[in-house]
Design a protein around this ligand. Sequence first.
Ligand code: NAD
Length: 458
Amino acid sequence: MSTAQVINPATEEVLRTVDLLDEAAVDDAVGRAEDAQRRWARLAPAERAGALRAFAAAVDAHVDELATLEVANSGHPIGQAEWEAGHVRDVLQFYSATPERLSGKQIPVAGGIDVTFNEPLGVVGVITPWNFPMPIAAWGFAPALAAGNAVLLKPAEWTPLTSIRIGELAAESGLDPDLFQVLPGKGAVVGERFVTHPGVRKVVFTGSTEVGTRVMAGAAAQVKRVTLELGGKSANIVFDDCDLERAAATAPYGVFDNAGQDCCARSRILVQRNVYDRFMELLEPAVKGVAVGDPAVRATEMGPLVSRPHWESVASYVPDDAPVAFRGSAPEGPGFWFPPTVLTPQPTDRTVTEEIFGPVVTVLPFDDEAAAVALANDTPYGLSGSIWTDNLSRAVRVSRAVEAGNLSVNSHSSVRYNTPFGGFKQSGLGRELGPDAPLSFTETKNVFFAVEDRAEEL
Ligand code: NAD
């Protein structure tokens, strides 16, 4: 069995050494999960609901511990990490209502009764990225368990610690340890085995479009179900009729949250040309005001990047001759620090077209509504975006025209557990969260019951 060192990105110190599972260990886990799933699906709906509520309560009792672990493993600011741990609890609570509400349909037909059942798939594999380890795991495991499935969770190599702890909390809360198993390992080993093992009936993959494409291609061999949540290059469109002060003051938080390591980052700011100069004047102090530093300190708004290799990748987008408009600050010394950076490149530059996944934003001008929509849609991605305007008709027109799954008007909000989340185009396939997510972990089974006709006797 191989091992990996988990590093604190704010200090570069080794936090822990984690065992990486091999293919045989995954096969063993799938076998045990298949048995546990059958036991789980046989329980009364209210018992499954109660078990999920107990799991949520266990997470709730350990929010501080989970948050502290995420600060150390991922460098997330403490306030953000607390929100993430609390979000896991909320997602579990929301879907704990599912087992007692997953009703099928009764469809009127001639000669009998027709009923649909939402049958669980069996064992579901959830593969998560390193940027939001806790929330993204919960978006997969909570509705999947609620719909009667077993779940195998593979966290990203750099950030496995909170997932491992959540797996322990599930077992401590009384959930069958074989029903929900956390399997740390390499993507090419554990992740690939989820794709190739016939016992894993669905793969929920969140990560890069590059790997997601491979997962989808591999899953095709078994017509395996997939949900894909992939990359993004979202636009923040600022029209001249908006509250420009608010648009500029909030723009940094629309892209630099989690140091820009956010699939929903509004990493392209598009500004109407007649207010462009004023917007840049207002943006500069807002960017310089972002508090970058020790993620354990409550006032910190932005921590370090997750790892040295990722720092190298982000830095490659800002060479010495980059068109830097202005930058914020970042600590010196150990840690993978990168200051918030604003670029004004040509529209064809790779900083405009590629997902950087760091605190780097590009600003481009546009002339009118049609040009803004064309620029926003000029990307293979379609995950998120913001529209700033005080003109209601324009807000409706533009939000219908932008090809993205999650938009916000006059804010940068995107994820709520009770509303659907996912991408257009190469940002993904399927939707997570919201009231319908459990259905994506079921098969619809239609059963017709023939009824002998004795109408004349009644
Ligand atoms: P990644 O694609 O490198 O890795 C994601 C996960 O896939 C990891 O657990 C990794 O071990 C695993 N993996 C790697 N190779 C695999 C293979 N061959 N088969 C199966 N699994 C494999 O992505 P990352 O660098 O961890 O995360 C960053 C990316 O995730 C960005 O592109 C970001 O936009 C995206 N993301 C998307 C969303 C969303 O909801 N749309 C959310 C967060 C992150």
